[in-house]
Design a protein around this ligand. Structure first.
Ligand code: ZN
Ligand code: ZN
Ligand code: ZN
Length: 353
């Protein structure tokens, strides 16, 4: 028997009883990790991992971190001015509350959290913390000391590993920070990564104003496993806690719906990410299964793998011809941007239509 597993099934713990009621504990063979954080991260509960689908083992190749890794010292401690409130922070007088567009209720939950979706670039919260006179002990605080939700890594049927709730999570609850390696714009551009999140200055969605990227490829927490859904239940949020420098907000996720036991935690990867994938990968369409699924967009025909390959080959050929013209025939390689695709489709299939 696994000790961590036994800990989760404590008969005196009301949560364990709730799990038992819904079919937990599962067969031990499906458990592939008793704690994916391996004690590296500051979490209240172990984050277990299960695979009830196939034989795939635990995803490896990254280090679990609770806070960002910052080799280039992107975060500096140059602005640490909190509020000056004595006792409870109040709307009328607290500098932190006044600076925040996002409001919290008595329990530290985001009020009107579904609105976060449309206001990622112009809203933020400056929560109270150790830099304030109130020391962050007031009610204007959203992030817990430690990650305090019961969640689990699990193998999904169609989208690799994902994260699901092992408890009810109320709408407005802060889930966790999106942690990773902080990269400068320059560094991020040369890395072939798929999931970095860019962080612009406050009030800007202009690419040129990107302060840095958060890249979860090599370092990250549970949020690096959040899958896409066109009907997502989490939204990204910008927050400031122990520093107030406008170019360096933290990114986190907040529940925009009530989430029930065993429901997958999902985010929306956005149009840019999907357009790119649908264009470039012959087998790729959204698998979220939501009635409002956008990829392929409603009204457009879902292309077959063959149709997509033909279209990609046509583009590769055009690009190759253009580079031959530019260099007067001196180019002998295929166009670089098509990489393996070019090799795989040589000689190119010519679209006769
Ligand atoms: Zn205050
Ligand atoms: Zn404060
Ligand atoms: Zn406060």
């Amino acid at each position: 028997m696994n000790n961590q597993y036994a800990k989760l099934s404590d008969p005196n713990d009301p949560f364990s009883q709730q799990l038992d009621q819904y079919g937990f504990p599962m067969d031990p063979p499906t458990l592939i990790s008793s704690d994916i954080t391996k004690g590296n991260a500051s979490t209240e509960f172990p984050i277990t991992a299960v695979n009830e689908i196939d034989d795939e083992r635990l995803p490896v190749g990254y280090v679990y971190v609770a806070v960002n890794v910052d080799p280039d010292k992107i975060y500096t401690k140059d602005d640490e001015t909190g509020c000056n409130c004595q006792g409870q922070c109040e709307k009328e007088t607290c500098a932190c509350i006044k600076m925040s567009q996002i409001e919290l209720d008595e329990n530290g939950h985001v009020i009107n959290s579904p609105n976060l979706v449309d206001h990622f670039y112009d809203w933020a919260i400056f929560e109270c913390s150790g830099i304030c006179k109130c020391a962050g002990k007031c009610k204007h605080r959203m992030t817990p000391e430690k990650f305090n939700l019961r969640v689990q890594l699990f193998k999904t049927e169609k989208a690799g590993f994902g994260c699901r709730a092992l408890q009810y999570i109320q709408q407005g609850t802060f889930i966790c920070e999106f942690t990773g390696e902080l990269l400068s714009y320059k560094e991020a551009k040369v890395r072939p990564n798929d999931y970095p999140y860019y962080v612009t200055s406050m009030g800007s969605e202009n690419e040129e104003q990107i302060g840095h990227y958060v890249d979860p490829t090599t370092y990250g927490n549970i949020s690096r496993f959040f899958n896409h859904s066109c009907s997502e239940n989490l939204a990204p949020i910008r927050f400031f806690s122990t520093h107030r420098s406008p170019t360096r907000p933290h990114i986190g996720f907040v529940a925009i719906k009530d989430i029930i036991l065993y429901e997958e935690l999902t985010i929306n990867y956005g149009k840019i990410w999907w357009r790119d994938k649908v264009e470039r990968f012959p087998n790729m369409y959204c698998q979220c299964g939501a009635p409002n699924c956008m990829w392929p967009p409603p009204g457009t025909k879902k292309r077959t793998r063959e149709e997509k390959l033909l279209e990609m080959n046509r583009k590769a050929l055009l690009s190759y011809k253009a580079s031959l013209e530019r260099t007067e025939g001196r180019v002998i390689d295929g166009p670089k941007e098509f990489g393996e695709l070019w090799t795989s489709c040589f000689p190119p299939v010519i679209d006769k239509s």
